[in-house]
Design a protein around this ligand. Structure first.
Ligand code: NAD
Length: 225
């Protein structure tokens, strides 16, 4: 016979709901946690899972997000070292791996991070065979290709972040120079996300008075300063 307490705190949901838009983030360092906050604040997932090898840090980061649940609409935030927590994800964002040291190029990270991809990608796909993957770890363009090969997924389901960050930075810097919002400034950084990337400038009406001599050299000088 059930007690009064058991009757009062009866689970009304019964069986657990299956997630329809689950997102997993692998690697909960600076980039992974920035992704997590954006996903939660923009209501992009009905379940967010975090995976990392550094279990203490992972637990702390997860608790911080869970305790902020009052401000999010995502009902379930889980985490673990074991990839079973990522099962049935629609999207897996890979930010795991070494980051650059001062003066180190992104390309120098390649062997270390390829080894990490070899150890994690097959397990991710095993648990979420229908997922799309977004690769952020550097060198991002090389790793995206490596992940595509390791995963066996169609090319359309493995996406690299490419030069999106560089383009956003560029548009911010132009906006700062002109005193306008970056959304009114248009331009792209293209090529490999690394030291060899370059920029293209799209002339728009709202910037048409601005001299087009602002180019790669100006951008590089601006970044250096
Ligand atoms: N593409 C871009 O625009 C862009 C921008 C910034 C950083 N990055 C890259 O993203 C990566 C992460 O950067 P960060 O600043 O968050 O680094 P970070 O050191 O703060 O975090 C990396 C995380 O990966 C975890 N990790 C390491 N090996 C792992 C494994 N085998 N399985 C699971 N987790 C593992 C670490 O424990 C750590 O928490 C780096 O490679 C960095 O160069 C890319």
């Amino acid at each position: 016979m059930s007690t009064v307490k058991e009757k009062l705190i009866e689970n009304l949901i019964g069986e657990e709901k299956i997630s329809q838009s689950k997102i997993t983030i692998v690697g909960t360092g600076a980039v992974g946690m920035a992704c997590a906050i954006c996903i939660l604040l923009k209501d992009l997932a009905d379940e967010l899972a975090l995976v990392d090898v550094a279990v203490d840090k992972l637990k702390g980061e997860t608790m911080d997000l869970q305790h902020g649940s009052l401000f999010f609409n995502t009902p379930k935030i889980t985490s673990g070292k074991d990839y079973s927590v990522s099962a049935n994800s629609k999207l897996v964002i890979v930010t795991a791996g070494a980051r650059q040291q001062e003066g180190e190029s992104r390309l120098a990270l390649v062997q270390r991070n390829v080894n990490i991809m070899k150890s994690i990608i097959p397990t991710i796909v095993h648990h979420s065979p229908d997922c799309k993957m977004l690769i952020v770890s550097n060198p991002v363009d090389i790793l995206t290709y490596v992940v595509w090969k390791l995963s066996g997924l169609p090319a359309t389901r493995v996406i690299g972040s490419g030069c999106n960050l560089d383009s956003a930075r560029f548009r911010y810097l132009i906006g700062e120079k002109l005193g306008v919002h970056p959304t009114s400034c248009h331009g792209w950084i293209i090529g490999e996300h690394g030291d060899s990337s370059g920029l293209i400038w799209i002339k728009r009406r709202n910037l048409s008075q601005y001299p087009l001599c602002l180019g790669t050299k100006w951008y590089l000088r601006y970044c250096e300063s």
